[in-house]
Design a protein around this ligand. Structure first.
Ligand code: B9F
Length: 129
């Protein structure tokens, strides 16, 4: 019943975790992201995320996007876009791409401000009732 609804706890191949609260009727959601990796400190801290997902009652493998604000680390921001897929065995995976924008001092430093990558998330558990 909850297949591909983003609510719940997810883990990616880097061992980062994200916990997403109940997705509302408009498809909007919020939650927190715990990155297992950071370029500056080994300390894992929770960062707020906000996003939107296509209607899971209309589509079985919906696309979504969300923003993570790394307020505890810096003024950087990551946006993720992705799609949820359901395997033959009923396993959900989130295939995503991300862009990480680092704050730089001037437009001339913009050439080095953006990182790009992919992450694959699998469900750790459903949302607690
Ligand atoms: O390392 C990032 C950071 C921002 C400012 C100083 C350190 C914050 C964590 C980003 C985590 C990324 C990965 N984790 C994950 O699960 S988001 C995409 C990846 N998926 C130094 C300056 C800017 C970046 C590094 Fe920094």
């Amino acid at each position: 019943p909850f297949q591909c609804d983003l609510s719940g706890l997810w883990r990616n191949e880097l061992d980062s975790l994200m916990e997403i609260d109940k997705v509302n009727d408009a498809g909007e959601f919020s939650g927190k992201y715990l990155t297992a990796v950071t370029a500056t400190s080994n300390c894992i801290r929770s960062s707020p995320l906000k996003g939107a997902q296509h209607d899971t009652t209309q589509r079985s493998q919906p696309t979504f996007g969300f923003t993570v604000n790394w307020e505890k680390f810096s003024n950087s921001t990551t946006v993720f876009v992705g799609q949820c897929f359901i395997s033959d065995k009923g396993k959900e995976t989130l295939k995503t791409m991300w862009l990480l924008r680092e704050e730089v001092g001037s437009p001339g430093d913009g050439w080095r401000a953006t990182r790009v990558g992919t992450n694959v998330f699998t469900r750790k558990r459903n949302l607690e009732p």
